[in-house]
Design a protein around this ligand. Structure first.
Ligand code: ZN
Length: 120
């Protein structure tokens, strides 16, 4: 992937993250009106409690999606973004444009899905 494409995907990922977390953060903040600390990352304990509440508010599916989005953002930082976690080949940009948080290339994704279906 060309380095100048990365900021585009980073922006997309950040947009997905705020669309997932945005509403939930409002709910969490309004339920913690007496807590003066707005940032979740002051202490590990606070961050854990925050994550737990986030998980409960989001539900399983959105939580998994959020994790993938955050993984992808971390990969951008470490320079591993757009690499398939299975075969370590670059994931086509066309796929990343549809699913910016894709972990696998299409071939591996199909294999994994087949595998999952054959072992219910
Ligand atoms: Zn692959």
């Amino acid at each position: 992937m060309k380095a100048n494409k990365l900021p585009i995907f980073k922006t997309k990922l950040e947009e997905i993250r705020s669309s997932l977390v945005g509403d939930v953060e409002k709910v969490i903040k309004s339920s913690q009106k007496d807590m003066s600390a707005p940032a979740p990352d002051i202490t590990d304990g606070a961050a854990q409690a925050y994550n737990l509440q986030l998980m409960l508010e989001l539900g399983e599916q959105d939580w998994q999606k959020l994790k993938k989005v955050e993984d992808a953002l971390n990969k951008i930082k470490t320079g591993h973004y757009g690499i398939c976690s299975e075969c370590e080949q670059p994931i086509p940009e066309a796929r990343l444009e549809v699913v910016p948080f894709a972990e696998y290339c299409v071939g591996c994704m199909n294999d994994i899905e087949k595998e999952a279906q054959s072992h219910p």
